[in-house]
Write a protein that binds this ligand. Structure first.
Ligand SMILES: C[S@@+](CC[C@H](N)C(=O)[O-])C[C@H]1O[C@@H](n2cnc3c(N)ncnc32)[C@H](O)[C@@H]1O
Length: 321
């Protein structure tokens, strides 16, 4: 399990920031590709990345990379993966497939062949017993990516995508994804400036995503500390290793190093933001207020302002609110 090939997908444009984050979390230099970062790392690194990455959408482990020409080649590629070292036939799974310029006629049929290969491999090894498919809440997600002539098969270690940090229960009409808010913060350089106490302000904070992400950064709170991950159900999972990583993350939490402010014209949103901040463990590290951004005085004489402004119809709706 020491040298796994990991792939962390991210939003386009975030690759270089994610590569820097991967280096900070694991000490390993990843390779930035289009919409993701690839690295050789250990199982423990995969757990650490799930716990600490603010920018990745998920953490995938590459299990197979082959050339293919037909659906039967996909079947063979999936049948050659030792699935039984990752999960048991009592668990459920789902295959998701994406493609760029694949010559195959039907992606659904391709996914079906891969599903059959996984089921057949279990059947052969476990006396005709096979895992069931669950398309809504699978224990295991298998990701397949096809290019013109290559198939790559991954097992997903994250489960729910990583932008779901576990603290957002209250949200408005157009919440920003947590991973994108974190990318704005990283791109602005505030994740470093906060160490010198530079304030951050979001004057259209909505449910508080940017401010809460910022406050967690200023308190060194790991983004995944409040949630569960798919890897917790996998065979290589060892609870004591995971508990050790969680303990380390807990011990690393500090007082906030910089003030963080958010405000919104809608008092309902301010209320949502406060409740989300409470669940995210940063109620004391961020100050939310109501008020029109065009009229409010800034909360600090200088600092960084990050904003996800209303757009389209939402300007009217929220502005009136
Ligand atoms: C796109 S949403 C922001 C969503 C937020 N980033 C989140 O993740 O929940 C825009 C927000 O701007 C607020 N807004 C609109 N006009 C405003 C104004 N003049 N002053 C302050 N806030 C305003 C709306 O109430 C809305 O919550």
């Amino acid at each position: 399990m020491n040298q796994l090939q990991l792939f962390l997908p991210c939003a386009a444009g975030v690759e270089a920031l994610l590569a820097t984050e991967v280096q900070r979390v694991t000490g390993i230099e990843g390779k930035a590709w289009r919409a993701g970062v690839q690295l050789q790392a250990s199982w423990r690194d995969a757990l650490q990345l799930n716990l600490h990455s603010r920018l990745a959408q998920r953490v995938l482990i590459e299990l197979q990379h082959n050339q293919y020409r037909s659906e039967q080649d996909l079947y063979n590629a999936a049948a050659n993966v030792a699935w039984e070292i990752w999960f048991t036939p009592k668990q459920t799974f789902k295959v998701e497939i994406t493609a760029q310029h694949s010559p195959l006629q039907s992606l659904n049929f391709a996914a079906l062949k891969i599903k059959d290969a996984i089921a057949d491999r279990f059947r052969a090894k476990f006396d005709d017993v096979r895992p069931s498919v669950d398309t809504r809440w699978p224990d295991v997600r298998v990701y397949v990516h096809l290019t013109t002539d290559n198939v790559t098969i991954y097992i997903d270690t994250s489960g729910e995508p990583l932008f779901k940090r576990g603290w957002r229960e209250d949200k408005g009409d157009a919440p920003l994804k947590e991973t994108l808010a974190a990318a704005m913060i990283a791109a602005s350089g505030w994740d470093q400036l906060c160490k010198d106490g530079v304030p951050l302000y979001d004057p259209c904070c909505g449910s508080g995503t940017i401010a809460i992400e910022a406050a967690q950064i200023a308190c060194n709170i790991a983004p995944g500390i409040n949630r569960r991950f798919a890897f917790q159900k996998y065979l290589p999972f060892q609870a004591h290793v995971w508990d050790g990583l969680l303990d380390q993350a807990e011990a690393a939490i500090t007082e906030s190093t910089a003030p963080v402010f958010g405000s919104d014209v809608s008092f309902r949103m301010v209320d949502f933001a406060e409740r989300n901040a409470e669940r995210a463990g940063v109620a004391n590290a961020v100050e939310f207020r109501g008020g029109d951004a065009l009229q409010r005085m800034p909360p600090a004489p200088s600092g960084v302002m990050l904003v996800n402004p209303p757009y389209g119809e939402r300007i009217d709706v929220a502005g009136v609110a």
